[in-house]
Design a protein around this ligand. Structure first.
Ligand code: AHR
Length: 519
């Protein structure tokens, strides 16, 4: 007995003891007004690396099981996360894409060099029909990015006519190519990153081009268009101000791009090998970092458009690390660890707070590139930790956001590469939403690498029982799924949440994400 006590004491002194921390959340149910558009959970499919070819599309003659050329495993995975909208064909690719090369008999389609992404030669076998039919199969909205950088107004105008007109010369061509009925295409982007890979334009010049291009994107046969102007990156508030000043009356949405990466020049760091400081810095960049950018960009939009007629679309976001060792230069193929899942949860919780103006977000990219949902290798596919966050958050789509406040400890992380400010940010992130049937969703993330946290949530009158609680966690935050071990990081049932006297108490293990429902 004495021996045992001495041993326990020695152990306690020798090992750093992980403390149980405490955090509290207060819901403001009466302030719940804004719907979380399902498009906040949007995806982005770019002709980049093996996102399209090999990732989504293998062609109908492939030995890999497929439906009309689309991989069955990927199709099912995407159906399970109820993809609401998919942006295509880029990205930088969009401003070099000539859609007419991607229609008609496959053997007659010209090949093209993907200049932005490794100079890979593509055969154009995935074009307008293949994309729009995929959206129909998945039941998601297409979001088509027009080529402004190297295209023409005529080309853009004819593309819209080809996709959406019931009659006329472009409809005739579409019918000859096997599609009788026009597709419904609502979202169209007029250029991509027009300040950079989309033409290196200045905002004044792009504003005029935007006005011109969008004029000729017509609404045919009852199809209505939601026109999106190419917006700023991160902290470029001048671009937003100029576009809002000159074009607000001609657009329904203005885009924004924001990536969680350490630097734009040099190494972005490994996706699976990183130190604690790098980890915390990434969490701060997607937590308080993206919050600040959304708040400030929205404040600029408010100045020009106080009635909120123009929506903000974060149509590219996600983590951007160094390419997977051994993968092709320019293909941006990256692994996806528990750290990425944490970035996704923190980001989504932040997006929920801004849905009054923020109506769509598209994580980059859906397969085999940056913060992807799935990774494929020949006939194998794995689901990433980020995929599981999207799956756990599905009930939040179209639910009403419940505003809340969080009180918890903060961490202080410095970017090793010193190109950005030190970031102080909370360990705990939370969002809540109410579904049409009264069910309340609670989404929690504890970024703490060492400590479990007891989160006490004041439910502000919400009644019910805890149901469908799930947890995503892993022993190490760098853990990730591989083709050899595809199930290392995946959700499990969670029983660490209880309601007593109008308070929900959730015992969050270190580095964990918990989603539950109260009904
Ligand atoms: O997602 C990769 C690239 O990042 C996109 O093509 C471009 O729009 C952005 O710079």
């Amino acid at each position: 007995m004495v021996k045992k006590t001495v041993f326990a004491l020695a152990m306690a002194l020798a090992l750093p003891v992980a403390a149980q921390k405490e955090a509290s959340v207060t819901l403001k149910v009466k302030d719940a007004k804004e719907k979380i558009n399902k498009e906040i959970y949007g995806q982005f499919a770019e002709h980049l690396g093996t996102c399209i070819y090999g990732g989504l599309w293998v062609g109908p003659d492939s030995k890999i099981p497929n439906t009309q050329g689309y991989r069955n495993d990927v199709l099912q995975a995407l159906k399970d996360i109820k993809v609401p909208v998919m942006r295509w064909p880029g990205g930088c690719f969009a401003d070099e894409y000539h859609w007419m090369d991607g229609i008609g008999p496959k053997e007659a389609r010209p090949r093209m060099v993907n200049n932005n992404w490794g100079g890979t030669v593509e055969d154009n076998s995935f074009g307008t029909h293949e994309f729009l039919n995929l959206c129909e199969l998945l039941g998601c909205e297409p979001y088509v990015s027009m080529n402004v950088g190297s295209g023409s107004v005529e080309e853009a105008a004819k593309w819209v006519e080809y996709m959406t007109a019931a009659d006329g010369p472009m409809a005739k061509l579409r019918k000859q190519n096997g599609r009788e009925k026009p597709w419904k295409v609502y979202y169209i982007g007029v250029g991509n990153e027009s300040w950079g890979c989309g033409g290196n334009m200045r905002p004044e010049y792009y504003s005029d081009l935007y006005r011109r291009y969008q004029t000729y994107c017509r609404e045919y046969s009852g199809n209505t268009l939601y026109k999106v102007a190419s917006g700023a990156t991160d902290y470029d508030y001048d671009w937003t101000a100029t576009l809002m000043d000159r074009c607000a009356d001609f657009m329904k949405g203005l885009s924004l791009h924001y990536y969680t990466c350490y630097t734009w020049s040099g190494s972005k760091g490994s996706a699976t090998e990183f130190n604690d400081d790098q980890y915390y810095w990434a969490i701060a960049k997607c937590g308080v970092g993206v919050e600040e950018v959304l708040r400030k960009q929205i404040a600029v939009m408010d100045q020009y458009d106080p009635k909120g007629k123009v929506d903000l679309l974060l149509d590219e976001w996600g983590t951007w690390w160094d390419k997977e060792p051994g993968s092709i230069e320019g293909h941006l193929r990256q692994q996806n660890a528990m750290r990425d899942a944490m970035v996704a949860a923190f980001s989504l919780n932040t997006f929920h707070q801004y849905t009054k103006r923020l109506k769509m977000c598209n994580i980059a990219q859906i397969a085999n590139v940056l913060q992807s949902m799935v990774l494929t290798k020949d006939d194998k596919m794995l689901l990433t930790p980020t995929y599981y966050v999207f799956k756990m958050y599905v009930p939040n789509m179209e639910a009403t956001n419940i505003p809340l406040t969080v009180k918890c400890d903060y961490f202080d992380a410095e970017n090793e590469q010193k190109n950005s400010a030190r970031r102080v940010a909370p360990f705990v992130s939370c969002s809540a939403s109410k579904m049409a049937d009264g069910t309340v969703n609670i989404n929690l993330a504890n970024a703490d690498l060492k400590n479990a946290t007891k989160v006490t949530i004041n439910l502000d009158g919400i009644k019910g029982k805890v149901q469908n609680a799930q947890i995503l966690t892993s022993k190490n935050v760098a853990d990730h799924n591989t083709f050899e071990n595809p199930n290392l990081v995946k959700p499990a049932a969670f029983n660490g949440a209880k309601i007593a006297n109008g308070t929900l108490v959730v015992d969050m293990p270190k580095t964990s994400i918990v989603c539950l429902q109260i009904k």
